[in-house]
Design a protein around this ligand. Structure first.
Ligand code: ACO
Length: 427
C-alpha cells in the first residue's frame, strides 16, 4: 500500500506521509500541510490529533486495553508496587533488584521537605483546597532545590525528589489544615505505608499500618500512574515544551488535573453519591435528570478515549468491594454506586453514547475506605500521576522532533475596523 494519504483541495493534490505505530495506530503526518496548501486542520479538544510519538503508554479505548511500557495494567496491579511501576515508566524497563533498592534508597533520602517550606504551608488560608496548595508548593520547590543540571544522575535525583517530596507535602498539607502536628517520613516504611503513616499517625493515637490498605494504595497509584496524552499530561508537555523547569511543568499538570472533568471527578463522584444518600433520592431519578438536563452529567461516567469499560475501573471496583467488606460498617455509597452503575449501563442514553464507568467511579469509594478525606481525593490522583508526568516530560525533552507547542486557530472575529475616540461613540 502506498504509504501516503492523498489530499485534494480544489485543483491541488498533495501526498501526506502515513505514520504507523508499533501497535498499528495510523496517523497522517500533516506537518507540511500549511506550507504546501495554506490550510490548517480544525480539531477542537485535539481528539483526532497526535501531538507526539510516545513509547510510554499504550491504550485501546475500543477494546479497553491499557499497558505501561508494554506491560498490561492488570499484571502490574497484581504483581508490582507503585515504586517499581514508577521506575518502569521513567526508565522504560523493569528494574533489577539492585536498581529497585537503589531507587527506594534515593526516594527515602529525598523525602524530607525543607523546614522553611512550612512557613508557606502555614500561611495558606485554612479553607484553601489541597490541590491549589500542592500546585503552588511544587512550583515553590524550585526555589529550595537547584535547577536541573544536564547530567543524567542529577536529573534522576530531581525525579526522586519530586516523587518523594510531593507525597510528604500532600500529607503535610492535610495535617496543617487540621491544625495537627506534622508527621515526618520514616526510612523503614514503604512508599505507600509512609504516606498513610504521615497522614494518620498522631502523638495520642499511633497509626497501625494495615497491609491490605498498603496493597490497595499501591494498586490505586499504579492504576493512575500514566494515561498517555490526557489533559494534565498534555499540559505538562505543553508547558515543558517552553523548556521551563520540571517543577513548573508538573505544577501546571496539577492545576489541569484539578478540573472536575478530569481528575477532580473523583471528588465529584462521591459528592454526587452523598447527595443521593442525604436526600434519599433514587439512583434512577438521577439518571433521568442526566437525560433531561443537557448540562448535568453523571460523574465518573464517560471518557474521551474509552468507549467500553475503563480497565482501571474494573480493578478499582473489585478493590472497593474488598476494602468495604473489611469496614466495621458497610458504606452505603457503595450500594448506591452499584445500583447507579447497573441502571446507567443498561439505559439507552448511556449505551448509545458508549458511556461506561471510568476509573473515578469507584476510586472515591476506595479512598473513603482508606480514610482519605474528600478534599484530598484529587491530591491522591496527583501523587499517582507523577511518574507519568515525569516520564512524559523527559520523553518530550529528549525527542528531537519535539517543538514548542503553538497551535493555530480559525479567526472568526471582526474584520478590520478602526479606533473610534470615546466622544464619538454615543451614549
Ligand atoms: N453524563 C451524561 N452524559 C454524558 C456524560 C456523562 N458523564 N459524558 C458524556 N455525556 C454525553 C454528552 O452530553 C454528549 O451527549 P450528546 O451527544 O447528546 O451531546 C455525549 O455524551 C458526548 O460527550 P462529550 O462531552 O462530547 O464527550 P467528551 O469525550 O468530550 O467528554 C468527559 C469526556 C469529559 C470525560 C465526559 O464524559 C464527562 O464529562 N464525564 C463526567 C466527568 C468525569 O467522570 N470525568 C473523569 C474522566 S476520567 C479522568 O479524567 C481520569
Amino acid at each position: 500500500m502506498e504509504n501516503k494519504a492523498r489530499l485534494i483541495i480544489g485543483e491541488k493534490e498533495i501526498g501526506l506521509p502515513i505514520i504507523e505505530g508499533t501497535e498499528g495506530d495510523k496517523a497522517i503526518d500533516i506537518r507540511a500541510l500549511r506550507s504546501q496548501t495554506g490550510y490548517i486542520t480544525y480539531d477542537p479538544g485535539l481528539a483526532n490529533t497526535g501531538v507526539c510519538k510516545s513509547s510510554i503508554t499504550y491504550m485501546d479505548g475500543e477494546k479497553g486495553i491499557l499497558r505501561y511500557r508494554g506491560i498490561p495494567i492488570e499484571e502490574l496491579a497484581e504483581n508490582s508496587t507503585f515504586v517499581e511501576t514508577s521506575y518502569l515508566l521513567i526508565n522504560g524497563r523493569l528494574p533489577t533488584q539492585r536498581e529497585l533498592n537503589a531507587f527506594s534508597v534515593m526516594l527515602n533520602d529525598h523525602s524530607l521537605v525543607h523546614e522553611d517550606m512550612r512557613h508557606f504551608f502555614e500561611n495558606f488560608p485554612r479553607r484553601a483546597h489541597p490541590m491549589g496548595i500542592l500546585s503552588s508548593m511544587v512550583n515553590a520547590l524550585r526555589f529550595f532545590y537547584p535547577e536541573l543540571p544536564d547530567e543524567e544522575d542529577e536529573i534522576n535525583i530531581t525525579f526522586a525528589r519530586l516523587l518523594s517530596k510531593v507525597r510528604t507535602m500532600a500529607a503535610m498539607s492535610y495535617k496543617i489544615s487540621r491544625g495537627h502536628k506534622v508527621v515526618y517520613p520514616r526510612h523503614d516504611l514503604s512508599y505507600p505505608a509512609n504516606f498513610l503513616n504521615m497522614m494518620f499517625d498522631s502523638p495520642v493515637k499511633p497509626y497501625i499500618i494495615d497491609q491490605d490498605n498498603v496493597k490497595a494504595l499501591n494498586v490505586f497509584w499504579i492504576l493512575h500512574a500514566d494515561h498517555e496524552q490526557n489533559c494534565s499530561t498534555a499540559a505538562v508537555r505543553l508547558v515543558g515544551s517552553a523548556r521551563v523547569n520540571l517543577y513548573a511543568a508538573i505544577s501546571a499538570g496539577i492545576c489541569a488535573l484539578w478540573g472536575p472533568l478530569h481528575g477532580g471527578a473523583n471528588q465529584r463522584v462521591v459528592e454526587q453519591l452523598q447527595e443521593i444518600y442525604r436526600q434519599n433520592l433514587s439512583p434512577k431519578s438521577l439518571v433521568e435528570k442526566v437525560k433531561r438536563e443537557k448540562n448535568f452529567r453523571l460523574m465518573g461516567f464517560g471518557h474521551r478515549v474509552y468507549k467500553t469499560l475503563d480497565p482501571r475501573a474494573k480493578i478499582m471496583k473489585e478493590m472497593a468491594h474488598k476494602l468495604v467488606s473489611k469496614l466495621p460498617e458497610r458504606d452505603p455509597l457503595l450500594d448506591i454506586a452499584m445500583e447507579l452503575e447497573d441502571i446507567a449501563i443498561n439505559d439507552p442514553y448511556f449505551r448509545e453514547r458508549k458511556l461506561y464507568p471510568n476509573v473515578d467511579f469507584y476510586s472515591g469509594i476506595v479512598l473513603r475506605a482508606l480514610g482519605i478525606p474528600l478534599n484530598m481525593f484529587t491530591v491522591m490522583f496527583a501523587i499517582g500521576r507523577l511518574p507519568g508526568w515525569i516520564s512524559q516530560w523527559k520523553e518530550d525533552r529528549d525527542d528531537p522532533e519535539s517543538r514548542l507547542y503553538r497551535p493555530r486557530q480559525i479567526y472568526v472575529g471582526e474584520n478590520l475596523r478602526h479606533y473610534v475616540p470615546i466622544r464619538e461613540r454615543g451614549s
